[in-house]
Design a protein around this ligand. Structure first.
Ligand SMILES: Cc1cc2nc3c(=O)[nH]c(=O)nc-3n(C[C@H](O)[C@H](O)[C@H](O)COP(=O)(O)OP(=O)(O)OC[C@H]3O[C@@H](n4cnc5c(N)ncnc54)[C@H](O)[C@@H]3O)c2cc1C
Length: 481
């Protein structure tokens, strides 16, 4: 093996790259990890971590503003935005050492800084070095997609890559483009921090991947926070004037104008593949990034891809899951022993308050596919803990194949919905149905009781007329004896 030959060269030090590199080095492989920006990628620097830290402060402000719900004196929260941002950065800094260059070097990974690109299927160039490897891993993630809007080049705007570090004070007003998870989360965060927010979305409903009843509830929740939602509105033009930024939208036949002091663009993601020179490697790209098979191999079997650039889901936990598969498949060279990705029980969550959590199929998708399903829908208004905590807004919805005790999917909207979801995710993964969930003792009073109640609802449907008359006869007999 020449000095520059590795078992694996991993491009990108976000979740997918970090986990692949750590696992391969941990198993004794020689690994180089290349990063052109910050270690930790999107999640740590401009994604999950800062957004959830900001949402936590916004939730606290909301609780102060609505303290009367808990029998306390409500008041307008008084705070310095600078301290809120400092707190967010401090929490981020607290997590950062886990992804740091020093930590990875201690784990035995050679970390190189620079923009990597393929020279051939077996060589990658970074700065002035050429690295050869038995395997390569493309883990280059995505960046914000910037829509084509006339005049956008001439105004300043934020994306998730800039807002957490470059926003120096609370804007007088904020216009957010994009009603997906990032747009909705940021709309709630800034609205609760006292900023008048307009959330403009091209589609007819927010969070379009979720069921329509979930979207309707999200719109209502955001409206209650003071967010003005502009749906079916396509941004066409933007200009700056002395009072801020003016954006023109097309909504049906109408042209609308909205003015704001600042703009945040959250209209989707673009894969980071343009500088990789995939052609030289013979790697086929796809619309979402890089095309992979279930083993996460690209069109070149020794080159893998993982994380956002590989799809089909763009979440940190999926990047982690895929990276573990890639590390295993690099170690095991025989196809029949290699692992395949299984996305049937991928949970996800939009961290609004209440949280919108999902695993598996939803009702709209089942209907589109023509699947015969039973739907068990229970409101949190029937859960004692939710009542005492004043958190009754959401619901759980569980889908099963008609008449069968198998969970196809769950939508859960609740405080801590993302955490509550995992009882169902585990059940799905292990083939546990609602009748067995009904038999599990759930502590009282917990939000998790919703799972047992859903199990009970399922059990009731199993009480056939024959069983009912049999039970009645048994009770009658017992009374006579
Ligand atoms: C605002 C926001 C909030 C989010 N919230 C959540 C959440 O709550 N939960 C969740 O699960 N997911 C969330 N996500 C998604 C999550 O951040 C991503 O799924 C995750 O970061 C993907 O990891 P990755 O390793 O695939 O890519 P990334 O984290 O994007 O890492 C890719 C790395 O590759 C580097 N790179 C790219 N090209 C090259 C090159 N040619 N040479 C060298 N280096 C290169 C990049 O600089 C980057 O550091 C959020 C995303 C955003 C934007």
């Amino acid at each position: 093996m020449s000095a520059e030959r590795y078992n694996a060269v991993v491009i990108g030090a976000g979740t997918a790259g970090l986990v692949t590199a750590a696992a391969t080095a941990g198993l004794g492989g020689r690994v180089a990890l290349i990063e052109r920006r910050q270690m930790g990628g999107d999640c740590l620097n401009f994604g999950c971590v800062p957004s959830k830290a900001l949402l936590a402060s916004a939730r606290a402000a909301h609780h102060i503003r609505h303290a009367d719900r808990w029998g306390l004196e409500a008041s307008e929260p008084s705070f310095s935005f600078g301290r809120v941002m400092d707190r967010m950065r401090a929490r981020r800094a607290q997590i950062a050492p886990h992804d740091s260059q020093e930590r990875f070097e201690k784990l035995g990974v050679e970390v190189l800084r620079g923009d990597a690109s393929f020279l051939s299927p077996h060589e990658v160039r970074v700065e002035n070095r050429t690295l050869r490897a038995a395997n390569f891993v493309i883990a280059t993630g995505t960046r914000p997609a910037i829509p084509e809007i006339d005049g956008l080049d001439s105004v300043s705007y934020f994306t998730n890559e800039t807002i957490f570090d470059e926003l120096s004070g609370l804007p007088k007003s904020l216009l957010i483009l994009g009603g997906g998870p990032i747009g909705c989360e940021m709309a709630q965060a800034f609205a609760r921090l006292g900023v008048p927010v307009t959330l403009a979305h091209r589609g007819a409903r927010l969070l379009p991947k979720e069921d329509s009843d979930a979207s309707v509830l999200v719109e209502r929740i955001l409206a209650a926070d003071g967010v003005s939602c502009l749906l079916t509105a396509t941004a066409r033009q933007v200009r700056a004037d002395s009072d801020g930024i003016v954006m023109t939208f097309r909504q049906g036949e109408k042209n609308l104008e909205r003015r704001a002091a600042a703009i945040l663009i959250a209209t989707g993601r673009t894969p980071n593949t343009d500088t990789l020179n995939l052609q030289a490697a013979g790697v086929r790209s796809a619309e979402h990034g890089v095309a992979v098979n279930a083993r996460l191999q690209t069109s070149q079997p020794h080159i893998f891809a993982a994380g956002d650039v590989a799809g089909p889901f763009r979440f940190t936990h999926v990047a982690d899951y895929q990276a573990r598969i890639v590390a295993r498949n690099i170690l095991v060279p025989f196809a029949f022993l290699q692992s395949k990705a299984d996305y049937s029980t991928v949970p996800w969550c939009t961290y609004l308050d209440p949280e919108i959590a999902r695993v598996g199929l939803n009702e709209d998708a089942a209907r589109e596919q023509g699947l015969a399903c039973d739907v068990y829908r229970l409101p949190f208004a029937e859960v004692d803990r939710a009542i005492v905590e004043d958190e009754t807004q959401g619901f759980v919805k569980v889908l099963t194949p008609r008449g069968k005790d198998r969970i196809l999917g769950v939508t859960l909207i609740a405080a801590h919905g993302g955490d509550l979801l995992h009882e169902f995710a585990l059940a799905m993964r292990c083939g546990i149905g609602l009748s067995r969930i009904s038999s599990v003792i759930h502590a009282y009073p917990t939000f998790a009781e919703i799972a047992r109640k859903t199990g009970d609802a399922f059990q009731k449907t199993r009480l056939t007329p024959f069983a009912k008359s049999l039970f009645r006869a048994l009770y009658e007999r017992a009374r006579r004896e």
